[in-house]
Design a protein around this ligand. Structure first.
Ligand code: ADP
Ligand code: MG
Length: 265
């Protein structure tokens, strides 16, 4: 029941789901994330872009609890999460995908997605599955099927995950993240290596989830994908937030062109 409540309330469009305030991460003398602040609201896609080494992945890791912040706060619907372990953060409704798809290639798409419904995290996959009883297993498979239907992949669910092309694999990862019933979805370069058609399919799924009230943080290198479905963009350079704005505002910024777009072309 608690999960249902959470999903319903997260659909209050515009509510601040993720609030990052002056987050800082130092590695020895290197400031990887330099007092960065931003918010992601329900029903919004925030793109986080910047050149290599800008601090995007580190920021992502601060939000998911993979790395502890040196300073600053990360709040999920008003509750501080920056000192919680990543499993606890996942359990509170933060789901992520990985830049390199994590899956068990010899299991079906449905089974791979079902793992996400059980885990809400990344650790202990096999042992968790082995401990399931039959009723729980059926529930997870039903949930997995629902999420695959939600993103238009039901027709592929009995295929082996390892046989899918990269585009459908990325969508499978999104379905798996959704099976954990998140209010915030974090995507790490989901368009990397995709063909145009696959990027378009991905963008359509992201738009749909946004319209359903999901808060989405998209770390992305691919400018086309960022500027398509994204509502707001944060640009980072050398660990510092350079600018935040709409895709149009960001693209028009001379500072961004110099720091980022210039290096892309
Ligand atoms: P991006 O994802 O934007 O390419 P990262 O967040 O991966 O950038 O890296 C930001 C900076 O922090 C880089 O200079 C990188 O070398 C450094 N960095 C990232 N992770 C670590 C780490 N675990 N230890 C030391 N330095 C790191
Ligand atoms: Mg990175």
């Amino acid at each position: 029941m608690r999960r249902r409540c959470r999903t319903a309330s997260s659909r209050r469009a515009g509510e601040v789901v993720l609030d990052v305030k002056e987050a800082r991460k130092e590695f020895g003398g290197l400031v990887a994330v330099n007092d960065v602040s931003f918010q992601v609201r329900a029903g919004q896609i925030l793109g986080l872009i910047g050149p290599n080494g800008a601090g995007k992945s580190t920021t992502f890791n601060l939000v998911t609890g993979v790395l502890p912040a040196t300073r600053g706060t990360v709040a999920l619907r008003g509750q501080a999460i920056q000192s919680l372990p990543s499993r606890e953060i996942a359990a509170r409704g933060v789901a992520r995908t990985f830049q390199h798809v994590k899956m068990i290639p010899t299991m079906t798409v449905l089974e791979n997605v079902a793992l996400g419904a059980h885990l809400r995290g990344s650790a202990g996959v096999a042992s968790a599955v082995l401990r399931l009883d039959r009723a729980e297993e059926r529930r997870l498979l039903r949930e997995a099927q629902k999420q695959l239907e939600r993103i238009g992949m039901a027709d592929r669910m009995h295929e082996l995950a390892g046989n899918l092309a990269l585009g459908p694999q990325r969508l499978m990862e999104i379905a798996r993240a959704l099976a954990a019933d998140p209010m915030l979805l974090l995507l790490d370069e989901p368009a990397a290596g995709l063909r145009l058609k696959e990027k378009q399919a991905l963008a359509a799924v992201l738009r749909q989830l946004r319209d359903e009230g999901m808060a989405i943080l998209l770390v992305e290198h691919d400018m086309d994908l960022v500027m398509g479905p994204v509502d707001r963009v944060v640009v980072m350079e050398f660990g510092t937030k350079l600018i935040e704005g709409t895709p149009d505002e960001v693209q028009a910024s001379p500072a961004v062109r110099a720091a980022y777009l210039g290096t892309e072309h």
